[in-house]
Design a protein around this ligand. Structure first.
Ligand code: GCV
Length: 683
C-alpha cells in the first residue's frame, strides 16, 4: 500500500512509464484485446511479462485482464516464443507484434525468440499504447543489434556514487548492501523496458571492502539482487580487483601466470556460480588510475584478461576488460607525449590474443568523455577482438545533470562514424556488434546516471539520456529525433506542441553546452576534481602543462604525423588524412588535432578567437531561450517536475554565464589581441 511521502508517488518516479499519461494517449481500438492474456509458457521472465502487461492494461484502460492458457476464441493478447528459434542460442534476440484477424481468431500476438524477447515485445507493446498507436499500426518486427546492452554502476559500498549526480546509491548504504529490493526492482523494470540485458553492480574502482564482493561475506546478499534483475532478463556482473588474491590475504602475488593465482580465480568463479548460476562475468579496470594490473608482473593485458576468462569459461561467463589505460598527460617539455594515443598503443599489439569470452570495453573517445572528441581509433583497428563501446550516461563533464545535455546526439556521432577499416561504410556500430569483423560478441556499455533521487536522475530531463542509451543499445540506427520525441511523448503525453518543444530543446542542448564550455574540440577547461564549472588551466593533471596548450599566440594540440604527436596516424587512411590536414579536419574538432594561431580564419569568416568569444555569448543566450521555452510549458507539465527543471535551468544559466566570463576573460588576458567587435568583456 502506498503511503503519502512514498517516493514512488513522485510524479517523475515512473519516468517514461507513467500510465496516467498513457491514459490520454492510448487508442481505444486496442482495449477489446486487453481482457485476456493468453500464454502457455511458464517461466520467471514470461511471468514478469504477464505482470507488466496486466499492470499496464489496468493502469491505462482500468481493466483487470484474466490470464488464460487455452485459446477460447476470444479477442486477447497472446504471448509466445517463436518455435523455430527457441533452441538456437546464437539467435539474435527479437520479437514481433502482430494483429491476427481471421475466421474465429481476432488477437494480438507478441512473440519473441526467447523469453526475454517476449518481455521486450511486451514493453514495446506498452510503449505503443503510450504513443497512441491503434490496432492498425501496432504491428512491428524488431531484432536487437547488440548482444551486450550493459549498464555500469559506479556505486561504492559506502553509498557514494563515483561521478553520480542523482543522490546516493540504491544498492549500498553505509558499508552495507541494501535490502531496497522494491526500488531495485523498479530500476530493473526501467532498464528492461528499453532493452538492457546486463548490469555491473559496483564501481570499476574496486576499493578494499568491495574486493570482498566475490566472497561468502557478500555473495548471499548479491544473490538476492541478482534474482531481482534476473526476473527482468538482466544478468549481473561484478567489477573485480585484479589484486584480489593479495588483498583477500590468500597469496603474495596476483601474477596471471602464477598457478596459485589461477587456482584462486577458478575457485572464486566456482563459488560465485554456486550462488548466482546466471552470473554474467567480471568487469576489470586494470593498470589504470592506480588500479592494479598485469603490468606489475611484467605481463600484458591479454595474459591478465585470459587468465580470468579461463576461470569463467566453464560457467559460460565473460571478462569485460577496459581499455582506459594511460600513463602520460600533457607535457610542455615534451609535446610528443599524448594520452590520446595510449589505448591504441596498449591494445592494438594484442589483437587476436584475447580468448573469445573476453570483450574489450573502449571509451567512445580517446581521452575521457569530453563534450566533443573524435572516435577512439581502436574502433576499426582491432579485427580479432570482441569489443563494446563505453559511453557515459552520467554527466561528469557534461553538466552534472544540472545542465541540460541530451547525450544520444554525442553517442550517435560515434556509432555512425565510418572507420574505413574495410572500405566505405565500416561503421563503429558494426564493429562493436561483431558484424564487420565477424567477432563473436559485443555491444554497448553505459555508465549509469541514476541514484536514489525521486526522479532517479536528479534532473527529470536527464531521464531522456537513460532512455536514449537503452534505445540506442537495442538499435543504434534509431535517429536522435525519434528517440527524443518518443521519450517526450511517453513522459509528458502526446500533446503535439509540447512534444515538439521538448524534442527541440533536447536536440539543441548538446551544442549549447559545447558553445559555452569548450568549442572546437578543445576540452578540459573544467575545474579539477569536480569537473563542473570553468577553470581553463585548472584540470587536475595540469602539473606539466594544460591539455589545451593555450599560449600567447595559439591554442590546441598538434596531433599530426607531420609535426605533432602522430595520433592522427592511428586512424585508417582516409580518416588519418582527414584529421592530419587543417583544410579537411572537421572544424568542430580543429583544436583537438591542431595547434592553431588565434587569428586563423574559420569557414565562417571569424577568427578562432572571435569564434570562442561569440560561441560563449551565444551559449548563454541559448540557455536563456531554453528557459523561456520551458516556462511556456508551465500549464502542460506536472508542477513538481516543472519547478524542479526550472530550478535546474536557473543553475544552468549561472553556470553558462560563469563559463562565458571566465573563458573569455582568460583569452582576453592571454592574447591581448583586440576583438573586432570590441566584445572582450560584456557589460
Ligand atoms: C571510475 C575518469 C573519471 C573517474 C573514472 C575514470 C574511469 O577519469 O574521472 O572518476 O573512474 O574516468 O573511467 O575509470
Amino acid at each position: 500500500m502506498k503511503q503519502a511521502g512514498d517516493i514512488t508517488l513522485h510524479p517523475a518516479y515512473s519516468c517514461w512509464m507513467n500510465f496516467k499519461t498513457y491514459q490520454k494517449s492510448a487508442d481505444q481500438s486496442i482495449k477489446k484485446y486487453c481482457r485476456f492474456i493468453l500464454t502457455k509458457i511458464s517461466s520467471r521472465v514470461v511471468n514478469t511479462a504477464v505482470n507488466e502487461l496486466s499492470a499496464a492494461i489496468e493502469g491505462i484502460y482500468h481493466i483487470k485482464p484474466r490470464e488464460i492458457s487455452e485459446n477460447h476464441d476470444v479477442p486477447c493478447i497472446e504471448l509466445s516464443i517463436e518455435e523455430n528459434n527457441s533452441a538456437d542460442s546464437n539467435q539474435v534476440c527479437g520479437f514481433t507484434i502482430k494483429h491476427i484477424n481471421e475466421k474465429t481468431t481476432d488477437k494480438i500476438v507478441i512473440s519473441g525468440t526467447d523469453e526475454c524477447a517476449v518481455l521486450y515485445g511486451v514493453f514495446r507493446f506498452i510503449f505503443s499504447l503510450g504513443l497512441g498507436k491503434s490496432i492498425d499500426n501496432i504491428q512491428t518486427e524488431q531484432k536487437t543489434y547488440n548482444r551486450l546492452r550493459m549498464i555500469n554502476q559506479w556505486d561504492n559500498l559506502s553509498g557514494d556514487i563515483e561521478r553520480g549526480y542523482s543522490g546516493r546509491s540504491i544498492f549500498y548504504e553505509n558499508g552495507k548492501i541494501t535490502k531496497n529490493y522494491a526500488r531495485i526492482r523498479d530500476y530493473a523494470r526501467l532498464l528492461s523496458s528499453v532493452g538492457i540485458n546486463h548490469i555491473v553492480l559496483n564501481n570499476v574502482n574496486v576499493h578494499e571492502e568491495e574486493t570482498k564482493f566475490i566472497t561468502d561475506k557478500y555473495l548471499p546478499e548479491l544473490k538476492k539482487i541478482a534474482a531481482v534483475f534476473s526476473d527482468f532478463g538482466i544478468r549481473i556482473l561484478l567489477s573485480v580487483n585484479f589484486a584480489a588474491p593479495i588483498v583477500l590475504g590468500r597469496l603474495s602475488t596476483a601474477d596471471p601466470l602464477d598457478k596459485d593465482v589461477q587456482r584462486f580465480w577458478h575457485e572464486t568463479a566456482n563459488k560465485i556460480y554456486s550462488y548466482i548460476p546466471d552470473f554474467a562475468g567480471f568487469l576489470v579496470k586494470a593498470d589504470s588510475e592506480s588500479s592494479p594490473g598485469p603490468y606489475t608482473y611484467g605481463r600484458d593485458h591479454a595474459q591478465g584478461a585470459n587468465m580470468l576468462a579461463d576461470a569463467l569459461r566453464p560457467h559460460g561467463g565473460i571478462v569485460v576488460w577496459r581499455c582506459f589505460v594511460y600513463n602520460c598527460h600533457a607535457d610542455w617539455r615534451n609535446r610528443k607525449l599524448d594520452r590520446a594515443k595510449a589505448a591504441y598503443e596498449n591494445f592494438v599489439p594484442l589483437d587476436g590474443r584475447f580468448k573469445d569470452n573476453v570483450v574489450l570495453q573502449i571509451k567512445n573517445g580517446p581521452m575521457d568523455f569530453q563534450i566533443r572528441e573524435p572516435v577512439n581509433p581502436l574502433f576499426g583497428s582491432l579485427e580479432k577482438t570482441n569489443q563494446v563501446i563505453e559511453f557515459q550516461i552520467t554527466q561528469e563533464y557534461t553538466g552534472h545533470q544540472i545542465d541540460l545535455c541530451f547525450l544520444p546526439s554525442l553517442w550517435k556521432e560515434s556509432l555512425d562514424f565510418d572507420t574505413a577499416a574495410k572500405g566505405k561504410n565500416s561503421l563503429v556500430r558494426d564493429v562493436v556488434n561483431g558484424k564487420l569483423f565477424h567477432t563473436s560478441t559485443g555491444g554497448i556499455a553505459g555508465v549509469s546516471n541514476i541514484g536514489d533521487s525521486p526522479a532517479w536522475t536528479g534532473n527529470p530531463l536527464a531521464q531522456a539520456n537513460l532512455f536514449g542509451f537503452g534505445r540506442l543499445s537495442w538499435d543504434p540506427a534509431l535517429s536522435c529525433e525519434d528517440i527524443a520525441s518518443e521519450w517526450a511523448t511517453l513522459t509528458f503525453g502526446s500533446n503535439v506542441a509540447t512534444v515538439e518543444k521538448i524534442t527541440n530543446m533536447l536536440l539543441r542542448s548538446r551544442e549549447i553546452y559545447e558553445d559555452y564550455t569548450c568549442p572546437l574540440g578543445i576540452g578540459w577547461f573544467v575545474n579539477p576534481d569536480s569537473h563542473y564549472g570553468p577553470n581553463v588551466d585548472g584540470y587536475e593533471y595540469s602539473h606539466w602543462g594544460t591539455y589545451h596548450y593555450a599560449d600567447l599566440k595559439g591554442i590546441g594540440v598538434d596531433r599530426t604525423m607531420a609535426t605533432g604527436t602522430g595520433f592522427t596516424g592511428q586512424y585508417k587512411n582516409e580518416n588519418a588524412q582527414m584529421y592530419e590536414h587543417i583544410e579537411s579536419c572537421p572544424e568542430n574538432l580543429l583544436l583537438f588535432f591542431h595547434h592553431m594561431p588565434y587569428d586563423f580564419v574559420l569557414k565562417s569568416g571569424l577568427t578562432i578567437l572571435q569564434h570562442i568569444y561569440d560561441r560563449h555569448f551565444r551559449g548563454v543566450e541559448e540557455v536563456v531561450e531554453l528557459q523561456k521555452i520551458w516556462d511556456s510549458l508551465q500549464d502542460e507539465i506536472d508542477p513538481d517536475i516543472f519547478q524542479e527543471v526550472r530550478h535546474r535551468f536557473e543553475l544552468q544559466l549561472k553556470n553558462a554565464i560563469e563559463w562565458r566570463d571566465v573563458v573569455n576573460t582568460y583569452f582576453y588576458r592571454k592574447t591581448g589581441i583586440p576583438d573586432e567587435k570590441g566584445r572582450y568583456i560584456y557589460p
